[in-house]
Design a protein around this ligand. Structure first.
Ligand code: ADP
Ligand code: MG
Length: 324
C-alpha cells in the first residue's frame, strides 16, 4: 500500500463530521471555524520501548495515545474538538493498524473528536497526537493559579497506574480480578473530560496526574510562585484494589509518586467549596491544602511524616532508565 491508500483505508473514517471543522483529512491542511472561546492545544508523543512495549495490544496503544492528550485538555477544563495523528512505523502492518485505529476511535467517538489530519512516515514506531479544544479563557484551569488557603483535591483514586505497571512487569501478582483492573487502568486510562468541564469556573488551578501525584502537585506549587502543600494521607486516596495492596503490606510511597493515573489534581478556594460540594456528578477526594511554606509534607492518619524523595519521571535526568 502507498501512503494515500493507507490514509484512505485507516484514517479517513476517523474524520467524523463536526460543525466546527470546515475541512478535515484530504487537503494540505485542515480548516477550523473561529470561535469566541480560547483554543486549547496540546500534544504528546509515545515512543515504542519507552512509553509502551512493541508487543502491547495495538488497540490499547491507540486508545492511550488519544487518552493522554484528552487528559491534558481535561486538566485545562477544555471541551475537546479535534485531533491530528503523526504516525511513524517501521513497516506497513495491517493488523496492527486496524487494531490501533479501533482503540483510537473508541475514545474519539466517545468524546466526539474527529481526526482532522496528520502525517505518516517510515521509521521507529512512534505515535504523536495533537488535540485541540476550547474553553472560556478566564475559566481555564492553569498551573499558576493556586493560592495559599486553597484546598487540594483529586478527582478520583490514584496509584492504580503504578500497580498496573508493577503487574505488567511481573513485580506484583494480586488476585486475577485486581490484576485485570490495574492493567486496564494502565492501558486504557479514562481522561477526566467531564470532571474538567464541571470544575471549570470552580477550580482555578489543575493538572492531570501523569508523572505521579507528588511531582505533578509540585509543578502546580512551583508555577504558582513557590508555594507548598500540607497533605493528609488517607485510604480514601486509593481504589479498593490499591487498598488491598496496602493492607497486604505494600509500600504507599510508590502509589503517590508513581505515574500514569490520569486523574485531575486541582485546587479550590474556600469561597468556592460550596459550589464544589453541590456538584452531583463529581465526588472528589480532599487531600490537603496549599500553604506559603515551600515543599510538600505528607502525614499519615497517625500523624507520622511520610518521607518522600524525588518522585516523577524525567526523561533527561541522568542515571534514570526509560519508563517502560
Ligand atoms: P502532505 O504531503 O501535504 O503532507 P500527506 O500525503 O502527508 O500530505 O497527507 C494527505 C492528507 O492526509 C492530509 O490531509 C493529512 O493531514 C492526512 N494524513 C496523513 N497522515 C495522516 C494520519 N496518520 N492521520 C490522519 N491524517 C493523516
Ligand atoms: Mg505529510
Amino acid at each position: 500500500v502507498n501512503e494515500f491508500e493507507l490514509i484512505e483505508r485507516f484514517f479517513r473514517k476517523l474524520d467524523t463530521p463536526r460543525p466546527e471543522i470546515l475541512l478535515g483529512i484530504g487537503d494540505d491542511a485542515a480548516l477550523i471555524a473561529p470561535s469566541d472561546k480560547a483554543m486549547v492545544v496540546c500534544t504528546d508523543t509515545m515512543v515504542a520501548g519507552t512509553h509502551f512495549m512493541k508487543d502491547d495490544d495495538p488497540a490499547d496503544v491507540g486508545f492511550k495515545s488519544l487518552a493522554v492528550n484528552l487528559s491534558d485538555l481535561a486538566a485545562m477544563g477544555a471541551t475537546p474538538m479535534w485531533s491530528t495523528l503523526n504516525l511513524t512505523m517501521p513497516r506497513f502492518d495491517e493488523q496492527w493498524l486496524t487494531a490501533f485505529c479501533q482503540g483510537f476511535s473508541e475514545l474519539a467517538v466517545r468524546y466526539q473528536v474527529p481526526l482532522i489530519g496528520g502525517d505518516t512516515t517510515r521509521g521507529p514506531l512512534t505515535i504523536s497526537v495533537l488535540t485541540g479544544g476550547q474553553v472560556v479563557a478566564e475559566n481555564a484551569m492553569r498551573r499558576d493559579r493556586a493560592a495559599p488557603g486553597d484546598s487540594i483535591y483529586i478527582s478520583s483514586a490514584i496509584g492504580d497506574g503504578h500497580l498496573g505497571l508493577a503487574v505488567a512487569r511481573g513485580d506484583y501478582c494480586p488476585r486475577d480480578e485486581d490484576a485485570r483492573y490495574v492493567l486496564s487502568r494502565l492501558r486504557r486510562p479514562e481522561p477526566a473530560i467531564h470532571e474538567g468541564q464541571l470544575l471549570c469556573g470552580i477550580s482555578r488551578a489543575a493538572i492531570d496526574v501523569s508523572d505521579g501525584l507528588v511531582a505533578d502537585l509540585s509543578h502546580v506549587l512551583k508555577a504558582s510562585g513557590g508555594l507548598g502543600a500540607d497533605l493528609k494521607l488517607s485510604s480514601s486516596w486509593f481504589s479498593p484494589v490499591a487498598r488491598r495492596y496496602l493492607e497486604g503490606g505494600g509500600d504507599v510511597v510508590p502509589l503517590i509518586t508513581g505515574g500514569d493515573d490520569y486523574v485531575l489534581l486541582f485546587t479550590v478556594k474556600p469561597s468556592m467549596r460550596e459550589r464544589l460540594d453541590s456538584l452531583e456528578n463529581l465526588k472528589p477526594c480532599e487531600i490537603g491544602s496549599v500553604v506559603e511554606t515551600p515543599g510538600i509534607r505528607i502525614q499519615d492518619e497517625e500523624g507520622n511524616t511520610i518521607p518522600i524523595t524525588g518522585g516523577g519521571y524525567a526523561h533527561f535526568d541522568k542515571d534514570i532508565g526509560p519508563k517502560t
